[in-house]
Ligand binder design. Structure first.
Ligand code: ATR
Length: 273
């Protein structure tokens, strides 16, 4: 039962009713026998400023932030940690006496999940499908970990170029090529190699019949395929990777690792990356 000493945490977004974060965080707290409560708080965009200020006044120790507020919330924070600044979005707020400090645990979560699942980045060429919000953390992690060449394949070339410019702004030495989704055959020596691929488009999300690329030829050259989504648990992208003998993962492990990152921030005030 909550009492006068209960530390309150939560998630703000719109919607939040399907979020797994309350389950994850309340389970972690239970495991460590902490006096902790984590609640979902649906917040409309027009109420975001009031919600953040109100939560701070109420002494809510930490918040996760999900769509559509991950970028907009930044203007209501007292400070933004470096990685979150690179991505231009936050997913974790930590209460401080000056206001909330913003963090982003996406890169931390991806890094932990990749390391655990044998998805090697350093030195090898990698393919990133997508150039939207979710792709930023992936691209920045690839550059940070010194991937060989990063091939960004996206439906809209201009968005791919914008992501490339963002990554090169922080990592000028990163080698990045932008191509259309069906231009994988323009990757040098594509047909002689196998690639580690991250699927970060929203194609296939909630729809097991859809994938960003359908041709079997592409999937024959996937070594490890990571779908950052976890609904469905096996996307068509993952199914096709497996059918061609590759290894595939969904985004659940990343989600859990991101949550562990938030938990660490709330316990220690920072994240060791
Ligand atoms: P998220 O935050 O989930 O990344 P987003 O920022 O809207 O969402 O990005 C969605 C990604 O999926 C983008 O890479 C988008 O491609 P565009 O930049 O061309 O819009 C990609 N995407 C969405 N619908 C798509 C479709 N039907 N076919 C191909 N790519 C699609």
């Amino acid at each position: 039962m909550p009492d006068g000493k209960t530390l309150v945490y939560g998630i703000i977004g719109d919607p939040v009713d399907h979020s797994l974060s309350p389950l994850i965080h309340n389970s972690i707290a239970e495991m460590f026998n902490q006096n902790f409560a984590y609640m979902p708080f649906p917040v409309k965009t027009e109420n975001l400023e009031e919600a953040v200020k109100g939560a701070w006044s109420l002494g809510i120790r930490g918040l996760n932030v999900t769509a559509p507020h991950k970028e907009n919330v930044i203007k209501y924070l007292c400070e933004v940690e470096e990685t979150a600044g690179m991505i231009g979005a936050v997913n974790t707020l930590l209460w401080t006496p000056e206001g909330y400090k913003g963090f982003n645990t996406d890169i931390y979560g991806l890094d932990k999940a990749f390391a655990n699942d044998g998805f090697d980045i350093t030195g090898g060429d990698v393919i990133l499908l997508g150039a939207g919000g979710a792709s930023k953390a992936v691209g920045i992690l690839f550059a940070k970990k010194k991937a060989g060449c990063i091939y960004i394949l996206n439906r809209t070339i201009a968005s791919g170029e914008a992501l490339k410019a963002r990554i090169n702004g922080f990592f000028p030495e990163a080698k990045i090529e932008v191509l259309g989704l069906n231009e994988y055959d323009r990757i040098p020596n594509f047909f002689e190699k196998k690639f580690n691929v991250v699927q970060a488009t929203s194609v296939g999300l909630n729809d097991p019949e859809k994938a960003p690329i359908y041709e079997e030829e592409f999937y024959k050259h996937v070594n490890v395929g990571y779908d950052i989504n976890y609904n469905p648990l096996e996307s068509l992208f993952m199914k096709k990777v497996r059918e061609q003998g590759g290894t595939a993962f969904n985004g659940l492990h990343m989600l859990l690792s991101q949550a562990v990152g938030s938990y660490e921030i709330w316990q220690k005030g920072s994240l060791d990356e």
